[in-house]
Design a protein around this ligand. Structure first.
Ligand code: DC
Length: 230
């Protein structure tokens, strides 16, 4: 058995993190949610009045980057690491609609990406890691042994996200959620630095046609083929 790096990229709300967590648990690998890191930096910017719908003090955020300490701490009850921003658990807060609306603007900044990519590469240095995001197979781990690219229609993804908001008691409409999904798709795929693209050697999985179990089995089989091949 060899230790490998697994990169799972794709559009928002395609179920990347569900698959990535399941896979990490099954393989006893570390799971890293790279999107949570961009969200936590966004939360920091919100807390320090550096960003809102109306303004964005980009340079001030860049200057403050050294004050932002991110860490994942394993929660045995959940079976994965929760994100801490300067020693505070922000796992729930970073998922709210306000952060979702602003995060793409923060993720466009090259200085932010550089800092987070370095930290992500460090987390994967010993392999045995499953990381999900937008640029994991293209930028963070271009040599990952297994790369998965997940897609699904915007409507299907918005429904997923909308149900999550409802579960958490957030007051949002489906139309607003769909608009947010489409807006983030646009920014994620058109930004200059590390846009969301499928790596040439990634296996594409369309979430619109497969059940969650089928998706997991497909990805798990791919992983075993590589892990067991030595
Ligand atoms: O996966 P998510 O929806 O939690 O990601 C939040 C945002 O962070 C998303 O709009 C794009 C950005 N992101 C990124 O640019 N690169 C990554 N590796 C992960 C997320």
């Amino acid at each position: 058995m060899k230790n490998i790096t697994i990169a799972i990229d794709g559009f928002s709300s395609t179920g990347k993190s569900t698959i990535a967590k399941e896979l990490a648990t099954k393989l006893k690998y570390v799971y890293v949610d790279s999107g949570a890191m961009y969200r936590a930096v966004t939360l920091y910017a919100m807390q320090h009045n550096l960003i809102s719908e109306e303004f964005f003090l980009k340079e001030r955020l860049i200057d403050a980057l050294n004050n932002i300490k991110l860490a994942f701490k394993f929660n045995p009850d959940l079976g994965f690491g929760e994100i801490y921003l300067n020693e505070v658990n922000v796992e729930t807060e970073i998922r709210n609609m306000k952060v979702s609306r602003l995060v793409s603007k923060v993720a466009e900044i090259p200085e932010v990406r550089k800092k987070l990519v370095e930290q992500q590469q460090q987390m994967g240095i010993n392999k045995s890691v499953v990381m999900d995001g937008r640029d994991i197979g293209t930028v963070v781990f271009p040599d990952a042994e297994l790369k998965i690219f997940m897609t699904a229609s915007a409507e299907k993804r918005a429904k997923r996200r909308f149900d999550e908001f409802l579960d958490r008691g957030e007051q949002v409409t489906f139309a607003e959620t769909l608009k947010n999904v489409e807006y983030r798709d646009h920014i994620d795929t058109t930004r200059k630095d590390s846009p969301l693209v499928k790596a040439k050697d990634a296996i594409e999985i369309d979430n619109s046609t497969l059940t969650r179990k089928e998706q997991f089995e497909k990805v798990y089989k791919c992983a075993l083929e590589i892990i067991g091949s030595d």
